[in-house]
Ligand binder design. Sequence first.
Ligand code: CS2
Length: 490
Amino acid sequence: MRLSAATLSRLPRDVRTPGYDPADARIGMVHLGVGAFHRAHQAVYADDLLARGHRDWAICGASLRAADTSDALEPQDGLYTLCERAGEGDRLRVVGALRRLLVAPRDPTALLAAMADPAVRIVSLTVTEKGYCHDPASGELDPDHADIRADLATPGRPRSVPGFLVEALRLRRAAGTAPFTVLCCDNLPSNGRTVAKVTHGFAALRDPDLARFIAGEVAFPSTMVDRIAPSTTEADRTSVAIRLGMRDAWPVMAEPFSQWVVEDRFSAGRPPFEEVGVEMVTDVAPFEHMKLRLLNGSHSTLAYLGYLAGHETIADAMADAPFAQLVARLQDAEMTATLDVPPGTDIAAYKAALRARFRNPALQHRTWQIAMDGSQKLPQRLLAPARDRLAAGAPVDCIALGVAGWMRYVTGVDEKAAPIDVRDPLAARLRDLADAAGRDADQLAPALLSVREVFGDDLPRDPRFTGPVRTWLDRLLREGAAATVARIAA
Ligand code: CS2
């Protein structure tokens, strides 16, 4: 038996089902990038809205690359299980908010039509950092990106995020339909502003008049999204099937914690998000910095150094005392001073909760997963706070160790001389630089610091940054990650 609308009533009583008839829900949002994070986060808020009777806010989810999510969920009528994992055990819930699934490469016109539908008032996105075709250091559109070049050549059949947004907005304008709000839910700095920049940048290359329209009429609120959602494994599928008494081809795993902070600027109306726990604010920046630097900055630091030291998961690394001490020091001694703490936030309690979330042993969040796409993540997670500290004349010891961990990791060879499967859009270039430099920190550190998309022009010239990065990289190469982390933690 398999999860679907027809089998919903046969689920055990301890599995929560949608508190509404999914067939009654109407699509009001199109979401680009319908991966695990979206299904564990925004889709769950939408599910709560639908259950409260706000039936106009179901989601049409689109994949911009692979068809795997759509192929898994289509036979299930879009239904899937959210499995919340904590020490006390798993809590299961079937989510009904995904009412339609599309695969952009199969049929870009169908996705454009869905985005142009007047009933759709929000287009939200989780396409990961690299999905925006931007230069991570400057936040500007990369006009030489292969997808951008292709979309400029055939704008009616886009592949990229800016390509879809601009063409759909053009179609709406031509039809006299008000533009949708673009709601970015990726971990980018000022994510709304970043998407606005790449969208305007692309529109300007296509048609200056359309670019003016977008600049004047389209809202791009920034958001802070937070929920740890490790990718689903075969073991997860099996344990969920046992609890459901039927198969779900693609359940999603998540921690119990969830937070969504959204700037209240919508050009075509919005659902009553506050009813389902979304924090609506005028400025998301303080929340975003707090989360990107304390959570994601610690995550990346743990991911590179933890992986190198042989820790498979974040919880494993946190159970290793020096690693937990490093996280505490990074957060307390370096990151916190760079924050403009959001009003009403108890920052000590926030950090304590964060470390407890990292220790959640049920989650199995792999260091390798978080290590992915470091070239796109480092700038906002570690380098922006490093710049703030340098500007204030403060040292960057722990941050520099995290950066050195990344450098050691992207050499592609671990401490036992086994290959590392480095996933990063710049992986090949990083590997070439590392191979040419050899395993000598005096060569390797400057070689990788020269990657301008990551470090910009300023950091490679600042010895207060390059000095500690080089020193830590030298230690990592000579003594290994476990010994190096023990040293800084001491
Ligand atoms: C992680 C994030 O994979 C990563 O890079 O740091 O996905 C993290 O789990 C989420 O941002 C938590 O909200």
